[in-house]
Design a protein around this ligand. Structure first.
Ligand SMILES: Cc1cc2nc3c(=O)[nH]c(=O)nc-3n(C[C@H](O)[C@H](O)[C@H](O)COP(=O)(O)OP(=O)(O)OC[C@H]3O[C@@H](n4cnc5c(N)ncnc54)[C@H](O)[C@@H]3O)c2cc1C
Length: 400
């Protein structure tokens, strides 16, 4: 709809990642008007490899809402992971212990499915390549979002009832909140991870965590021909310090164990250094701006939590908007932040607990290495402890 001052809709969603796209699809199916603004092109977001492990409850939640396509529903499920320490293999069967598994589905596949569902099948309004996105008037009853149209170079403004800030860790929507409006609680793990994607079949049928004095390493399937690997490195390290030979030599050393299959090596097609840190924004709502996903909380990818949290926020926010637009019930929107933060802090806590296991042996501190080994022994040898850890690793509908 056009007005002299621009356009108007019910909700402007900033950012077409898992959070923004899930929310957009759910609002569209409810008949709630929304405009989705994305800074990048469709091709770019559909090819960006990041996460790959979805918790089973999240997949079932998408399925119940008609948002799980055949690719996701047919994807491989995994319920075991393996820790290697001092040449010994410790398998953790969290699927059997919890009754829930991870679904291995690369994030870019989920994003592709959700873009298709929203833009091509439901006729949703998504605007790619939106530049200079800025959120205004979030303390008023009529906020707006301005952006520069990539084709005409003209500034456009969409006014709305609410803004959903789903623009990730480096987005702009959070900057609309004045100083003192929110608090950001940060925790730095003090390490870097070199994130690698290799054009090579997985070398094990499960996730493998290598705990090694030279640094942590991990192996995770991303599909039959692509595998993600991580190597702990100094924070701020340059990917240029990690040529092909060094990468594979370190992976062989850190993931090595008695009777382990040799690694399937291949070309490294992505190499980037992540500074491993976490943050939580409180509250996740300011005025008419609701934050969701990485815009509101970052969880370093130690325990594969970030995308799952982004989906949880989007589901809760969609429910809250539905209640508001159908029944005028504002309680969901008022309680949105608290409802999300309960799972966010659970996941941050678990992530930190696992982080000590994977980084303790390389910390140079024998005390931390001892704690890591004790945690590993407890979770793999005590069924009771294993069940508790399994439940936290895989999450559940009840994590509120
Ligand atoms: C290497 C790596 C591995 C990971 N592995 C896992 C895993 O196994 N499991 C897991 O659960 N999580 C994992 N994560 C975390 C997961 O990828 C994120 O938590 C998830 O992408 C968050 O989704 P989101 O929708 O909140 O944000 P994003 O996916 O970051 O999406 C935000 C979108 O907003 C757009 N945007 C940014 N700024 C603007 C702007 N100003 N205007 C308009 N649009 C904007 C961006 O282009 C992007 O498309 C991993 C992350 C990384 C980096």
């Amino acid at each position: 709809m056009s007005t002299p001052g621009g356009e108007t809709t019910s909700v402007v969603i900033v950012g077409a990642g898992p959070a923004g796209l899930t929310l957009a699809n759910l609002l569209q199916s409810e008949g709630v008007g929304c405009v989705l603004l994305e800074a990048e092109s469709r091709e770019f977001i559909e090819a960006l490899p990041r996460a790959g492990f979805l918790e089973e409850w999240a997949v079932r939640a998408l399925e119940r809402r008609g948002l799980a396509g055949p690719g996701l529903l047919g994807a491989e499920a995994q319920g075991d992971c393996e820790f290697r320490l001092d040449g010994t293999r410790h398998v953790f069967r969290y699927g059997a212990l919890s009754g829930q598994r991870h679904i291995v589905y690369p994030q870019q596949f989920l994003v592709t499915d959700l873009v298709r569902a929203f833009a091509d099948e439901a006729g949703g309004d998504v605007r790619f390549g939106a530049r200079d996105v800025a959120v205004h008037g979030i303390r008023t009853s009529r906020p707006s979002v301005s952006y520069t149209d990539p084709e005409t170079g003209q500034q456009r403004t969409v006014s709305c009832d609410f803004v959903a800030g789903c623009d990730g860790a480096r987005g702009s929507s959070r900057t609309a909140i004045p100083d003192g409006g929110i608090e950001v609680f940060r925790h730095n793990l003090g390490v870097g991870w070199l994130a690698l994607l290799a054009e090579a079949p997985p070398s094990a049928e499960r996730v493998v965590f290598g705990l090694h004095p030279q640094g942590f390493a991990a192996h995770m399937a991303r599909g039959p021909q692509v595998t993600r690997y991580y190597l702990e490195c100094p924070p701020g390290d340059s990917p240029d310090n990690w040529p092909h030979e060094r990468v594979w030599s370190e992976l062989r050393t850190r993931l090595g164990a008695r009777d382990a299959e040799p690694l399937n090596e291949g070309d490294v097609i992505e190499r980037r250094v992540l500074d491993m840190h976490n943050y939580v924004v409180e509250p996740m709502t300011y005025g008419r701006l609701h934050l969701a996903g990485d815009a509101a909380h970052l969880v370093a990818p130690v325990a594969a939590k970030g995308m799952n949290l982004a989906l949880n926020d989007a589901l809760l926010l969609a429910d809250a908007f539905r209640a508001y637009y159908r029944e005028g019930d504002e309680s969901g929107l008022e309680g949105y932040s608290d409802a999300c933060l309960r799972r966010v802090w659970q996941y941050q806590d678990f992530n930190r607990w696992v982080s000590e296991i994977v980084h303790g042996p390389s910390s140079g501190d024998p005390f931390r290495a001892g704690v890591a080994a004790a945690r590993l022994r407890r979770m793999t040898r005590s069924e009771k402890a294993g069940r508790a850890v399994a439940g936290l690793y895989i999450g559940s509908d009840a994590d509120h």
